[in-house]
Design a protein around this ligand. Structure first.
Ligand code: GDP
Ligand code: MG
Length: 439
């Protein structure tokens, strides 16, 4: 679909002027894009009407190309609809206890997101306590406990015989006593909205001073996400929404609908099952994503913050001198993984969701893990000096890594090819070899 959009916009550009017919044609595609992104129908209609009005008016004054004008207006309007900036989940001062209560349907991601939030704030030097208030499924308590353990975050449970509101209360006491200042209550969900659930949540809210009732909504559920948001807002009051499973195929129309139809700010996006995969919500990027323009901006920003540029320069220098060794190889893979792995990177590029369909990403991630495992089975000397490699060493490495020797052979061969290639590259290009510029 983004291809279709590009084609239309290409068709528009160069004409110099934006006639009503042009605008209509472009907006027809925009309308399709929005509907395909699962934006509420009525919302789409209003939106398109609004943009049309603006676009035709703009024509006379604009110095942009017609295509740029349409994209600019569409994107601005979409962004405005989702709130100009991202809303911050503000906590009380460190000396006070902030209480977060996770609510949502079963499977929406409450338990996972509770842990993600705890981890995020722990990094910011808060003292979180994860509290298990979903007493209906024994696995739910265990799930939270395991997640808490993974992040070394204190965990509070009173089993499943005590009412959730009482658990919340006792956890609050515990926090006061032990100096925790961020209470995160994981609650039960149902397959659909029902009164018993709402009553329970209300009792919990009455039992402890909840600062933020946070609704987690599965982005993949599209339109349903809006209904869920509306019900929870009306019944118990919601202070912010976290849209989970945004790493999936969904284009995020739910984000637009939720904000526009319930007024709830979206605080974060869940971007995967891993506990580190929680990202701030940026309306302008989401606007791009909804239109299928790809989230290039996020990628660039992420790369800048996570890649240690000096390290990267160093390995490029080594590469072009042919000194590149297994340690450097490993370092490069680590950098790649910081960026969210191959899958994470590809997903953020425009048009990639489609292009990726034929590629087995899980397989390539697995292979990368295997390669790391093999390198880890090498001695420090072997890593630093690839020339040491010989058949008996390879055999030892293979058994250490638990792989077949052919895998080690493959890696060594690939590595050597890479080295060779880089040597040529370095020799031919001389000092100007660094793709990072300035080097
Ligand atoms: P709960 O029933 O609301 O507590 O939901 P859970 O936290 O148990 O999550 C349900 C499932 O969704 C689990 O398998 C999670 O690993 C998964 N999940 C949660 N958040 C995300 C996300 O952002 N992305 C993906 N891909 N999966 C998620
Ligand atoms: Mg749960």
């Amino acid at each position: 679909l983004s291809e279709r959009l590009s084609t239309i916009f290409q068709g528009l550009s160069g004409k110099g002027k934006l006639s009503e017919d042009d605008v209509n044609l472009a907006l027809k595609e925009v309308r399709m894009a929005l509907l395909e992104a699962d934006v509420n129908f009525k919302l789409v209609k209003d939106f398109v009407a609004k943009v049309k009005e603006k676009a035709i008016g703009e024509e006379v004054f604009s110095s942009l190309s017609p295509a740029q004008t349409v994209i600019k207006i569409v994107k601005e309007e979409l962004t405005a609809m989702m709130g100009e900036e991202n809303t911050e989940l503000k906590l009380r001062p460190q000396s006070e206890i902030t209480v977060l209560m996770m609510v949502g349907l079963q499977g929406a991601g409450k338990t996972t997101t509770a842990a993600k939030l705890a981890g995020k704030f722990q990094k910011m030097h808060r003292k979180p306590l994860l509290v298990a208030c979903d007493i209906y499924r024994p696995a739910a308590i265990e799930q939270l406990r395991v997640n808490a353990e993974k992040l070394s975050i204190p965990f509070f449970s009173l089993g499943n015989q005590i009412k959730p509101e009482e658990i919340a209360q006792r956890a609050y006491e515990e926090a006061k006593e032990k100096g925790y200042n961020l209470l995160i209550l994981d609650t039960a969900g149902r397959l659909q909205i029902d009164d018993a659930l709402m009553q329970e949540l209300k009792r919990m809210k009455a039992a402890v001073p909840v600062d933020w009732t946070i609704l987690t909504v599965d982005a993949m559920t599209g339109q349903e996400a809006v209904n869920v948001s509306q019900s929870f807002s009306e019944d118990i009051g919601v202070d912010g929404v976290i849209l989970t499973k945004c790493d999936g195929d969904t284009r995020g129309g739910a984000a637009l609908s939720i904000k526009a139809m319930t007024g709830q700010p979206i605080l974060f996006l869940g971007m995967g099952e891993k506990l580190s995969e929680l990202e701030p919500f940026y309306p302008d990027r989401m606007a791009g994503r909804i239109l299928g323009m790809g989230d290039v901006l996020s990628l660039i920003e992420k790369a800048q913050s996570e890649i240690d540029e000096e390290k990267a320069r160093e390995s490029v220098r080594k590469l072009s001198k042919g000194q590149f060794n297994y340690d450097d190889f490993m370092e490069q893979m680590n950098q790649l993984q910081k960026l969210g792995g191959i899958a994470g990177i590809l997903k953020m590029l425009p048009g990639m969701n489609k292009a990726m369909q034929g590629i087995d990403l899980e397989d390539s991630e697995k292979k990368m893990k295997q390669v790391k495992c093999i390198i880890q089975s090498m001695t420090f000397k072997e890593r630093a000096n690839p020339k040491l490699m010989n058949p008996s060493r390879k055999k030892r490495i293979a058994s250490g890594a638990g792989v077949d020797i052919s895998e080690v052979n493959k890696l060594v061969k690939q590595f050597e090819e890479m080295q060779k290639m880089m040597k040529q590259f370095g020799g031919g290009r001389g000092k100007h070899g660094s793709p990072f510029g300035g080097g």
